[in-house]
Design a binder for this molecule. Sequence first.
Ligand code: TYD
Length: 213
Amino acid sequence: MSTGTFISFEGIDGAGKSTHIARVADLFRQAARAVVLTREPGGTPLSEKLRELVLHEPMDPLTEALLMFAARREHLVQVIEPALARGEVVLSDRFTDATFAYQGGGRGFDWQVLTQLEGMVQALPNHTLRQPELTIWFDLDPVIAAERLASARVPDKFESQPADFFAAVRDAYARRQAEMPSRFARIDAAQSMEAVGADVSRTVSEWLKRTAA
Ligand code: TYD
């Protein structure tokens, strides 16, 4: 089985996660670990093409969920599993919790169907599911996130959703955490950038100590 480390980063748009992922990569590099920085949807040439479609084209909710999982399957097979098998650290800017949060919570798509797709796409030969060992969830009030995004950039299909969409996305992240508490670490993303960064570094360091023990 794999000897690598798989960490995902999650949160509603505007929570500021991307800034902190590079810092986590540095933590691992300082410990002489090879790091693969990647993202979803995306991470392979085909998955990046699917990303373009899914972030910009209007489509049926099932089509959207299937494309997210299709991109994920390719990402797992081409990038994540090989890196973990080599013992590397995979840091993914979003993974499957985002589908539960956005397609499940935001869009209201059936949670059980998502669970079935997850079971199909993330199945391992030993019949367990590939999941991140640690998921850093940048939790933020959607009102604050919207203020941050307003000054940022041209919004994609999800970023232009109304505040109640993001409230539902946030609730769905909380539901995922409740379903799988052992791998989730919630970070209060309303704090200053420095305080969030310190929380993230502490969380990863403590997690590493715990899992090495
Ligand atoms: P994001 O990760 O925020 O990237 P960027 O910082 O470049 O905008 O954008 C990805 C968007 O895709 C985000 O709005 C969440 C959405 N998404 C889903 O709806 N479902 C998924 O399964 C994933 C991985 C992402």
